[in-house]
Write a protein that binds this ligand. Sequence first.
Ligand code: COA
Length: 148
Amino acid sequence: MTKQAKLKIRKAKLSDCPAVHRLAKTPGLTNPGGKAPNINWLKLLTKNRGIFLVASLNHKIVGFILGEKLIGIAVMVWLMAVEKNLRGQGIGRALVKAFEKTCLQQGRNLFVAYAYAKNPVIIKMLKKYGFNQGNLFYEFLKLPKAWK
Ligand SMILES: CC(C)(COP(=O)(O)OP(=O)(O)OC[C@H]1O[C@@H](n2cnc3c(N)ncnc32)[C@H](O)[C@@H]1OP(=O)(O)O)[C@@H](O)C(=O)NCCC(=O)NCCS
């Protein structure tokens, strides 16, 4: 990130979904079949129930964080990613902080997130930002054929 480039964090729009979908094609977010989350799911969450923020640099989407409002005060933090060559420069931190602020403004202060056990970056990050580590699980998925 150059000194001149200004990071902007804002609510995601439907037109951001293709760029977010591209960022989501990264190890850590793909399903066991190697596929990125379905773009229609991203669009649904943009329209309803999502707390969905994007980070842009000079109008280019370089990161996102996506959560879903559950019944009550909880938010499920589904996904986040930052463009590979811009990682480690504070964009993820800015996204998490803005996400938390948005949730709190909406009266939501219970956060649920699942982190891959083999992803030390996200584990370190969640712990640093106040998430308490819970039980360890194996994920079992039965996917629709079209997703495989
Ligand atoms: C996880 C991810 C979004 C972090 O984004 P980022 O912009 O690189 O994160 P930041 O530079 O803001 O760093 C945030 C925190 O993560 C941790 N971190 C970042 N890079 C790290 C590294 N290489 N090693 C260890 N910890 C690291 C640090 O705790 C850091 O906190 P600090 O800067 O306050 O000390 C990014 O690595 C990514 O897109 N990974 C691939 C997708 C993924 O795994 N997503 C998570 C599962 S949903």
